[in-house]
Ligand binder design. Structure first.
Ligand code: GLN
Length: 335
């Protein structure tokens, strides 16, 4: 028997949602805290004042503000979507057994996280686990695995996504740490394809170009039980969206995931490009792009806007009634 009750709801009216998105933009656009990612030279060069945000509801309506045509790379925001696609292909239990699920509490590119775990398992939201997930993508060749991931991410976005050649070239020539992580996992039997090819596919998935609207639609697809609200296509089964939202809630913001969930009450994921998503099941998705990051690698303006909108739009999954005290903007720990 299908259980009848789920925790959902709906967003405020379209006019009210747009007003709140505009307010979030005005409130935080002049915030000048944080530092661009230094991981890859192309990310360090991004204009730090760029700021765009979008809410997409589960019927596909989009509410946007800021530099809405500006593109950014997905970076770690690719991780939950590739996890969902691989769970769909292999089954969630197979992925859990081979990758792990629990938060590491350590930075996203930690080697120590692997070393500290007796079975060398981490989780799909940090680089080690994400590399393992990518290595599990269906296909016997790197080309086949890349096609599976690229096409799946395009179905989440509802349109083909292009590779940012400049960021890819920059990342591919400087991602020694990810290659080392992949090699270490392979040594422990925790990588399931060639380590260099896996790192290259992972780098490609990180370097796909999206706008804040694409990010919001991808998040809204997770919020909509796996159906893209624009195309109407089912990308993954609802159960894999549930699983993905759980791992995002557990580890989407790396070592500051507890702070994020405490403040926001919804699953989120950030990337070092300054991309950030949040997904409110049954309601919609938020996409933000703003390059300056806090100490954990999460967009500063992205977190502030997400916090404001979670409070104002009623996204918190744990709230049984509105709390005015939650509306104080929290400061984020910057570098
Ligand atoms: N491509 C980046 C890396 O692997 C993604 C990390 C991130 O966005 N946190 O280092």
């Amino acid at each position: 028997m299908t259980p009848p009750y789920v925790s959902t709801g709906h967003l405020p009216s379209a006019a009210r949602t747009q007003t709140l998105v505009d307010q979030a933009y005005r409130r935080f656009k002049d915030n000048d805290e944080g530092t661009n990612a230094q991981h890859y030279p192309a990310l360090a060069r991004m204009p730090r004042h760029t700021f765009s945000l979008c809410i997409a509801d589960v019927s596909g309506d989009c509410f946007m503000a800021g530099d809405v045509d500006q593109t950014c790379t997905l970076m770690s925001v690719s991780k939950p979507f590739v996890f969902a696609l691989v769970c769909q292909a292999l089954g969630a239990e197979a992925v859990r057994a081979q990758v792990g699920l629990n938060a590491t509490g350590l930075p996203f590119n930690s080697v120590m996280a692997i070393e500290l775990h007796p079975q060398r398992l981490t989780n799909p939201m940090v680089n080690s686990g994400a590399l393992a997930v990518t290595s599990l993508a269906p296909g016997d060749t790197a080309e086949a695995k890349w096609a599976f991931i690229r096409d799946g991410l395009a179905r989440f976005a509802g349109r083909p996504l292009e590779l940012d050649e400049e960021v890819y070239a920059s990342a591919a020539s400087s991602n020694f740490r990810n290659r080392a992580i992949a090699r270490l996992l392979a040594d422990y039997g925790r990588l399931y394809f060639d380590s260099l090819e896996t790192t290259d596919i992972y780098t490609r998935q990180c370097c796909l170009k999206v706008t804040a609207r694409d990010l919001a639609i991808m998040a809204a697809t997770l919020a909509d039980g796996g159906v893209n609200p624009i195309t109407g296509e089912r990308v993954v089964d609802a159960i894999h969206c549930d699983h993905t939202l759980v791992v995002m809630a557990t580890a989407g913001m790396y070592e500051s995931s507890g702070d994020w969930l405490f403040d926001m009450g919804v699953p989120g994921k950030s990337g070092v490009s300054g991309a950030l998503i949040a997904a409110a099941p049954g309601k919609g998705g938020l996409g933000v792009f703003s390059p300056p990051l806090d100490a954990a690698g999460n967009s500063v303006r992205g977190q502030l806007a997400a916090r404001f909108l979670s409070d104002q739009l009623g996204l918190n999954l744990f709230a049984s009634k509105p709390h005015r005290s939650r509306q104080e903007p929290r400061r984020v720990a910057v570098r």
